[in-house]
Write a protein that binds this ligand. Structure first.
Ligand code: 17E
Ligand code: FE2
Length: 423
């Protein structure tokens, strides 16, 4: 299969990309626009990118908002309480059905790589068992990484450590954590030591919900970063949310960033979720409650955006469209300078792929998997400005999804009046 007349990110000119079975076989610059032969996909000068990535979502909780009650305060803590109520009634089938529906919503938006957190603070581990099946059953649409996520704590939840170990033994890919929610500072610290040991022992990646609060005294990121640095595991470790960093003072951050650079770990920000859940204990002025995305990026650290939720106890909106989160994130994080806009897709593609440790399994390069998406825009800037959608999604060298572009037709009422048209 060939994709012709494609614009590639960070390159000039038009390209033909040839897929051979399941791999990219050739990337050739064209001297001019070419005509399509039967079977070719004509990108018509629009962007051909590696698939969009969802680095942080909770597929076990998706589509449960309001069941049985809505989160009225909008806080993370009421979200955890409402989820606790819903969790009592989850079943294998219910979890699978909601997760499959959401996976399709993600695939529809050109996403082919997903990392989901699954709550393992449940003695039955029913959601995890369901999600392990979903991981296999959705391989034709997405690559799914499953994080063993201890929503109610590792140290503060009865049998929390054993549940984490069981979850990894059952087949979860990534070790999670939630140190800011443990009952004490000491438990937060010991939970990080425990989860880093577990990851090191099993060879798993790490992704910790870390300092998801406006409390400037929530400082578990330094503990996670130091553990990562000492063990040489930084690139395999992700700190999600780190919203407290939006409330740290600059003197502390200046010291912290030195460690973060030495540790070289990854960051995920979920700006729509955090702007909604944080700032809830403020009157005015209200904090944004979002981590220092632009500053991490400027410091050379790897940072990306995720959706976190779709219609769940924490966040009632969302539809699978990661470009909506990119749009919001660029606003919220003050990243609307031209240079940021011109490379904005990094935050939902290459940076996220690095967070997920996709390595050579991702990217528009010869020999990489033939997973590609045509976006209806010629640049990152236009893609985010016009909130374009994926027009074609290709997976393993085959067309997975095409979208018929919407067409607007004005009636005669919208014609330019004759005098105006002639000046
Ligand atoms: N659980 C949590 O601790 N934080 C979140 N943002 C979500 C679930 C969605
Ligand atoms: Fe999350």
């Amino acid at each position: 299969m060939k994709i012709i007349n494609a614009t590639l990110r960070k390159r000039t000119g038009l390209y033909t990309v040839t897929c051979n079975a399941e791999r990219i076989a050739a990337i050739e610059e064209q001297t001019a626009s070419v005509a399509a032969a039967p079977g070719d996909i004509d990108a018509s000068g629009q962007l051909l990118i590696a698939p969009l990535v969802e680095p942080h979502i909770h597929l076990d909780a998706t589509l449960t908002a309001g069941q049985p009650q809505w989160n009225m305060s909008g806080t993370l803590f009421e979200g955890i309480e409402r989820w606790g109520q819903r969790k009592a009634s989850i079943t294998h089938e219910d979890t699978k059905q909601r997760a499959h529906t959401t996976v399709r919503m993600l695939a529809e938006h050109g996403i082919q790589h997903v990392r989901t957190h699954v709550d393992v603070t449940d003695p039955t581990l029913a959601a995890l068992a369901a999600m392990l099946e979903v991981r296999e059953e959705s391989r034709h649409l997405i690559d799914l990484q499953i994080v063993a996520f201890p929503q109610e704590g590792i140290e503060s939840y009865a049998g929390g450590r054993a549940l984490m170990e069981r979850a990894i033994a059952m087949g979860a890919d990534v070790v999670g954590g939630i140190p800011h929610f443990e009952n004490t500072r000491e438990q937060g610290v010991s939970s990080i030591k425990f989860l880093m040991d577990l990851a090191e022992r099993t060879g798993c990646l790490v992704d910790v919900h870390c300092d998801e609060t406006d409390d400037p005294h929530s400082r578990f990121l330094e503990v996670l970063a130091e553990e990562a640095r000492v063990r040489g595991m930084g690139p395999r470790v992700t700190a999600s949310h780190t919203t407290a960093m939006g409330s740290y003072d600059n003197a502390y951050c200046s010291k912290l960033f030195r460690l973060l650079k030495q540790a070289d770990l990854n960051f995920v920000s979920c700006p729509t979720e955090s702007i909604h859940l944080q700032g809830r204990f403020d009157t005015f002025p209200k904090r944004r409650g979002v981590t220092r995305v632009a500053e991490l990026d400027r410091a050379g650290l790897n940072v990306c955006f995720g959706q976190d939720s779709i219609k769940d106890p924490w966040y009632p909106l969302g539809n699978g469209n990661i470009l909506r989160v990119l749009d919001a994130g660029l606003h919220i994080c003050h990243m609307m300078g031209f240079e940021d806009l011109a490379r904005s897709l990094d935050l939902v593609t290459d940076h996220s792929a690095r967070t997920l440790n996709l390595g050579e399994g991702y990217g528009v390069a010869v020999g990489r998997p033939a997973n590609l998406v045509v976006l209806d825009a010629e640049s990152d800037y236009e893609a985010v400005r016009r909130q374009v959608k994926a027009r074609v999604s290709i997976r393993a060298g085959k067309v997975l999804m095409t979208r018929v572009p919407e067409r607007v037709e004005f009636s005669h009422l919208a014609q330019v009046p004759a005098q105006a048209a002639h000046g």
